[in-house]
Design a protein around this ligand. Structure first.
Ligand SMILES: C[S@@+](CC[C@H](N)C(=O)[O-])C[C@H]1O[C@@H](n2cnc3c(N)ncnc32)[C@H](O)[C@@H]1O
Length: 284
């Protein structure tokens, strides 16, 4: 029995050491086609270990410098002013073993469709991270339209600003450091925002419902405003899901999908259209 335990321990150590080495190798060093799955899985596991036990859940960073590496990678590999290539470069980095909690290419298509069919002009995102979805949304807005993207980690906000600028979208997308609560006055008074046509919730899951209620309280939503919520399936946002399923003030469509940069983990996105039943709501 003791021998079995030692063998098991040695086996686990070997897997962990191999994983750590694979994770530390810079992207593009060798062809990852055969190693993509283990490398990606290990990077994702590190990410979710940081989310559960590490400082990701308080700081919004994994702790291994991967967020800063995104900006360096984009600046090094993509010519300035090409949003599509910026997204492709970030996706390649994430698929290649540097897991990033972006909305990603598959769920990104759901977001794209919402933008295509609703043509929002005043947009709010909560949770910029490295600016992937900000570039994705910003690149589809009509001239003169605006995306405000709120990010509470100042370092992430800097990375996002750099990525947005490199994509040539710094006139359309403004990354604001803070939380919805802390920047409400800035949005109302300094930026002159009345209502948002589209809100993308993609920050810490425990804040989704509270921030939705704050948006309603501040009258940032009008009839027809769309609220898109990511990660409702994984890691899951049960209180928000229950609220959206019960309320008659929103019409909600469920989009079954996969977690970003995963071919297996199921996720769910909610697309909710504000149709307030009570009198006195905003229509413009
Ligand atoms: C899932 S990532 C956002 C990914 C990004 N929307 C994308 O698809 O490219 C979540 C981000 O939300 C930030 N965050 C978490 N809670 C926040 C809050 N209350 N207000 C603003 N940002 C927050 C984290 O620091 C992290 O950068």
């Amino acid at each position: 029995m003791a021998l079995f335990r030692i063998a098991l321990l040695l086996g686990l150590l070997a897997v962990a050491a191999t994983g750590a080495c694979l994770h530390l190798l810079p992207p593009g060093t060798i062809s990852w086609s055969t190693l993509e799955f283990p490398r990606n899985t290990i990077s994702m596991m590190l990410h979710y270990a940081a989310a559960k036990y590490g400082h990701l859940r308080t700081t919004g960073q994994v702790g291994d410098g991967r967020e800063a590496s995104v900006l360096a990678h984009v600046q090094k590999t993509v010519p300035a002013g090409n949003a599509e290539s910026v997204l492709k470069a970030i996706d390649e980095l994430a698929w290649g073993g540097t897991f990033l909690m972006n909305v990603g290419p598959e769920k990104g298509l759901i977001l794209d469709e919402v933008i295509r069919s609703n043509k929002p002009c005043m947009v709010l995102e909560i949770g910029s991270y490295v600016g992937y979805s900000a570039v994705r949304i910003g690149s589809q807005l009509a001239p003169g339209c605006k995306l405000y993207s709120i990010e509470f980690n100042a370092d992430n906000a800097e990375v996002a600003r750099g990525v947005v600028k490199h994509a040539g979208l710094d006139q359309t997308v403004e990354v604001i450091t803070g939380t919805l609560q802390s920047v409400t006055e800035v949005l109302h008074k300094e930026k002159g925002v009345s209502t948002f046509d589209l809100v993308f919730l993609d920050h810490f899951k425990k804040y989704y419902l509270g921030d939705l209620k704050l948006l309603l309280h501040e009258e940032f939503l009008k009839t027809g405003s769309i609220v898109v919520a990511d990660n409702v399936g994984y890691p899951g946002v049960p209180d928000y899901l229950e609220y959206m399923e019960k309320t008659s003030d929103f019409e909600t469509a469920r989009h079954e999908t996969k977690l970003e940069y995963s071919k297996t983990v199921p996720d769910l996105m909610l697309v909710s259209s504000y149709k307030p039943q009570s009198l006195g709501h905003r229509t413009s």
